[in-house]
Design a protein around this ligand. Structure first.
Ligand code: FPP
Length: 252
């Protein structure tokens, strides 16, 4: 179990109150397949185009005041796709990490991965570990990549570890509450997302950050992920700034 102590300091919170943009944006990058299909190309062509957008979006975060960016790259349900697409995506993730490692480190981006690594191949897991290690001293944009991630799977894995701590006496059952459980989630060092964006016109959350998004604002936009731009993210961040977040309370 880890604590949240390395993030979310008081000065971060004060800065947050002083401006109206989202501090943590989470994105469901959907529509790569349809984008490729519209061009008569294989689905993997769309995923490669989508990977290029990841770079552009990461680069614009500092200017937009987005400190945390979390992107959904591969879900626990995506294993239902064809072997060709799965292998192509895994190879794309390996290439992305190898190719972007230096640039991400130089841009002061701190990268983390969430999801269950057990089903991923050793070579990919080694690269993920390496990228996390290479960037762990960075304090610019916090980029979190969800890979073999599912919100239900994450809560189940967290509950298992929590139950183990109860069984060994590290945690008392009466101490289990809304503050304790998230410390066992993959995202334990991250603040909850303020804004969740899904591209491609689908209005569902597909098992993404289920616990963490309880009070997030949502944007479901028609743009297919390979067409998504920094400008569009800027527009969505500004629109977020006009929303009235009450977290269940009544505004004075
Ligand atoms: C959903 O679109 C997209 C995915 C399952 C993969 C997302 C992966 C990328 C954007 C590639 C790059 C990511 C990184 C981190 C390098 P879809 O294929 O379901 O699209 P469709 O609904 O149009 O078929």
């Amino acid at each position: 179990m880890s604590s949240k102590n390395d993030i979310g300091t008081d000065s971060d919170a004060t800065e947050e109150q002083e401006r109206s943009g989202p501090r943590h944006v989470a994105i469901i990058m959907d529509g790569n397949g349809r984008w490729a299909q519209a061009r008569g190309r294989p689905r993997l062509f769309g995923h490669h185009a989508g990977a290029k957008r990841v770079r552009e979006v990461v680069e614009c975060c500092p200017e937009l005041g987005v400190k945390y960016l979390t992107i959904f790259a591969f879900s626990t349900e995506n294993w239902k796709r064809t072997q060709v697409e799965i292998s192509g995506l895994m190879s794309l993730f390996r290439r992305y990490i190898s190719k972007e490692m230096k640039a991400l480190a130089a841009r002061n981006v701190r990268v983390r991965f969430i999801g269950d690594r057990l089903r991923l191949d050793d070579k990919l897991v080694r690269l993920m570990d390496e990228l996390e290690h290479e960037t762990e001293g960075n304090d610019g944009t916090h980029l979190t990549i969800a890979l073999n991630y599912g919100g239900r799977d994450e809560v189940a894995r967290a509950t298992k570890r929590l139950a183990e701590d109860v069984a060994t006496g590290l945690l008392a059952p009466e101490d289990v509450d809304e503050e304790t459980l998230p410390r066992y989630l993959d995202t334990h060092v991250l603040p909850d997302p303020d804004l969740v964006i899904r591209t491609s016109g689908e209005a569902r959350i597909s098992n993404f950050l289920l616990w963490q998004s309880a009070y997030a604002e949502y944007e479901f936009i028609d743009t297919l992920w390979p067409d998504f731009t920094a400008e569009e993210l800027g527009r969505l961040c500004r629109s977020y700034g006009t929303r009235d977040r009450r977290f269940g309370a009544v505004k004075k």
